[in-house]
Every structure is written in C-alpha cells, then in structure tokens.
Design a protein around this ligand. Structure first.
Ligand code: ADP
Ligand code: MG
Length: 395
C-alpha cells in the first residue's frame, strides 16, 4: 500500500490532490459538538499544502437521502476546518456541479477546498457499480492523485472510497496508515490478557464482531444498551430497556459457547426518562422494574469491569457503557474509561461515540494508546472482513 510519504517524495507541488476525509462530525442544530474527526485529518492536509499541492477535500456527513438537504451541509465543517488550519477554506455548495468546478478552478497552490456532502448525490452510495463509477469519474476530473484519509469510511463500498481510488494514483493518508498500524497490533499476537469492552446501542451491529472475537480474546465485557439483550437471554426482565428481541436467541448461544468469557453488568442505573434532571435508581441486573429503562451500568459493574481490566495487557473498547451524553447516565462510561486508560499495555478506543465520550468526559485523549476515528471500520477489520476502501488502496 503506497502512503502519503510516497506521494510527497514523488512531488506534489502544483498538482491537485483529492483527499477523502471522514468529516462526519456530530452536530447539534448546526453546531459541531465534537471536532475530533476534523482534527484527525489536519496532518495530512498540512503536509500536502506545505508541499505546494492544492487540496480538495471530500467527505460525507450523516445520512441524507441522495439529494441536497440543508440539515447535512458540510458548510459548518468548512468554517471549523478554516479556523483549525488558520487559512481560508473554499467551500463548494455542490459535489460535482458548477460550484465545485469553479471552486476547484479558482484554487491556488497550497490552498484547501471542501466539496459539499458527497451523499447529496445518490450515486455515492449506489449499489450499481456503473452509477458509482460515473460519479467517481466526475470527482476524479478534479485532481491528479487520490489520498484516502477517511478511515471511518474504509468499510464502505462507496464511490469516493472504492471506485475513485481505482481511477487515480492512490495513497493511504497519515490517519489511515496510523489506524492500520494499531489494528495490526490487535490482530497479530496481542499481549495477554486481551480484553475487549463492548457497549453502545445496537447488538445486531456488533454480534458479528463478538462471534469473531470470542475465540481470540480472554474476556469480553459487555455494557451499554446492548447488554440488555444478553441479560434477557439469561432470562432476566429488562423493563423498557433497549432490547433486540430477534437477537435474544443468538445472545443465548453466545453465552453458552463463551463460558465465563463474556462478563455482563451486575447492576444498572434505571430511570423512566432520558433527561438531565431524571430521577435515577441503582438496581441489580436481575431487578430492573417494569416501565424503567436501564441507561447506564451501575457502580458494582464498573468495579467488576475495572478489576478485569487491571490485569489486561491489550484492550479494545468500543461503545459507551450508558447514555453518557446525559449527565445522570455518564458514570459507567467514565468509570470504565478510567480503567481502560489505566491499562498497563496497549489501549485502543474505537467508535465515533466512544471517541466523543473520551473527549466529552475529559478522560484525556493522550492517555490512551490510540483513539480510532472509525467504529464500524475498526470492528469490521477486527472481524477479519475485507474492507473495500483498503482493498482499493492495496492494488
Ligand atoms: P460507537 O459510535 O462508539 O460505536 P454506538 O454508536 O454503538 O457507539 O453507540 C453509542 C450510543 O449508545 C450513544 O449515543 C449512547 O447514548 C447509546 N447508549 C449507550 N448505552 C445505552 C443504553 N443503556 N440505552 C440506550 N442507549 C444507550
Ligand atoms: Mg455511533
């Protein structure tokens, strides 16, 4: 796989480089609540502009339905990007239309432009190879080489990730290269004990990774919204907690196969509502009342998880332990985050919301071995799947 260094040593001054970034930041009414993904791409952009290249950034944001939707404009991202780079970032109000053409044509060497949300064009995510290819051809016309720094999107077979790489000389950006280096460490003889902590909201999304990881890990700690489907599989009542009924049976089988490898919460924080002023109670995992939701793991669970983590030498953590965005339900994520941070060995955090939790709860990004910008991508890599974006960069 050729990297940004290879491109830089070939010389990029005076050329236009398309950089696929993952600028899919969390927004609250147009305000960026966490700019980690923007910061993550800065080193690649800076190196290219310093070498005199014209940088054209491409990204998606959210899930617009294949047509322009002001809710998902990248405009606020271009503003923040400009602040961080301390330079003017030209913003095109479309992807391959008049504005994009004018913006690219007007760009000076060393300048940076951002095109509008790629998913405003339905061809970006199309299952039809010809449609995606046509969109990629239009994008390819804007530059002479392609750098993929969108680690969070490498598991998608999308035009800007897969097809575009095949149309131009292609390189892995700093972020993709750094992410791969860490993931390789997790998949090739990790120091033991190797502990994986999983949380977040959807079990079905993560069952694949659980199945693939079980034989490889020493312990799997399960919290977050997904733990309730496991608790249900143990025959416990989970009240109004998140539950994926159709996955209960799979969870039951996983628990049967895993022996004591899978560790579940022993207590949970319950409430009738998700609100900053919510009244909460801590109850045993087998005493969740009717009409109450489990919204965080309780302190006894944090202690159990922390105890397992204390002896770990390799840890991968994906998915918050509770609804950390709302103060009364943040303690579990904070407690487990502190225990992961204290691990004597390699600690890797993967997942958009997990990384956001590290920043929001001020756990200190530098205290972790690595914070991955890509949740889905890192999980699929750990599962051993072929990631289309990486496949395209390989050949
Ligand atoms: P990541 O982006 O790190 O992979 P996910 O997207 O899987 O994580 O899950 C993150 C979301 O899970 C957060 O928004 C959080 O509020 C939610 N969550 C965690 N625990 C619970 C719970 N007990 N009930 C409902 N939602 C939860
Ligand atoms: Mg998420």
């Amino acid at each position: 796989m050729r990297t940004l260094d290879d491109l830089l040593s070939a010389g990029v001054g005076g050329t236009a480089v398309l950089v696929r970034a993952d600028l899919n930041v969390p927004l609250d009414a147009g305000r960026i609540t966490d700019d980690g993904r923007i910061r993550a791409v800065l080193p690649t952009v800076r190196q290219l502009t310093a070498a005199g290249a014209r940088v054209i950034l491409l990204s998606h944001l959210g899930r617009p339905k294949g047509q322009p939707d002001p809710k998902y404009t990248l405009k606020p991202v271009s503003v923040r990007l400009g602040e961080l780079l301390e330079t003017q970032v030209a913003f095109a109000t479309d992807t391959v239309g008049e504005s994009a053409k004018e913006t690219v044509a007007a760009l000076e060497n060393g300048g940076v432009a951002l095109l509008e949300n790629l998913r405003f064009d339905a061809r970006e995510t199309s299952k039809d190879e010809a449609e995606r290819g046509a969109f990629a051809t239009e994008l390819a016309a804007f530059g002479e080489s392609y750098v993929d720094d969108a680690f969070g999107a490498v598991h998608r077979k999308h035009a800007s990730v897969f097809d575009l790489a095949r149309k131009l000389p292609h390189y892995a950006g700093n972020l993709v290269a750094a992410e791969l280096e860490v993931l390789r460490k997790l998949t090739t003889e990790p120091a033991r004990p190797y502990v994986v902590v999983l949380g977040g909201s959807k079990v079905s999304d993560k069952l694949g990774v659980i199945q693939a990881l079980l034989p490889k890990v020493d312990r799997l700690l399960v919290g977050g919204g997904m733990c309730f489907t496991f608790l249900k599989a143990q025959g416990k009542d989970v009240g109004d907690s998140l539950l994926e009924d159709d996955q209960v049976e799979v969870c039951r089988q996983l628990l049967a196969e895993a022996g004591d490898k899978i560790v579940l919460p022993v207590d949970v924080v319950v409430s009738g509502e998700i609100a900053p002023q919510a009244t909460t109670r801590i109850v045993g995992a087998d005493e969740i009342p009717d009409k109450q939701k489990g919204l965080d793991i309780g302190p006894a669970s944090v202690a159990v998880f922390a105890d397992v983590l204390k002896s770990a030498r390799t840890v991968f953590w994906n998915g918050p332990m509770g609804v950390f965005e709302v103060a009364p339900f943040a303690a579990g994520t904070r407690g487990v985050g502190e225990a992961v941070r204290a691990v004597d060995g390699l600690s890797v955090v993967g997942g958009g919301d997990s990384a956001a939790a590290v920043r929001l709860l001020e756990l200190g990004e530098d205290a972790f071995g690595h914070i991955s910008t890509g949740g889905g991508a890192s999980l699929e890599y750990l599962e051993g799947k072929t990631l289309p974006g990486l496949e395209a960069l390989e050949d």
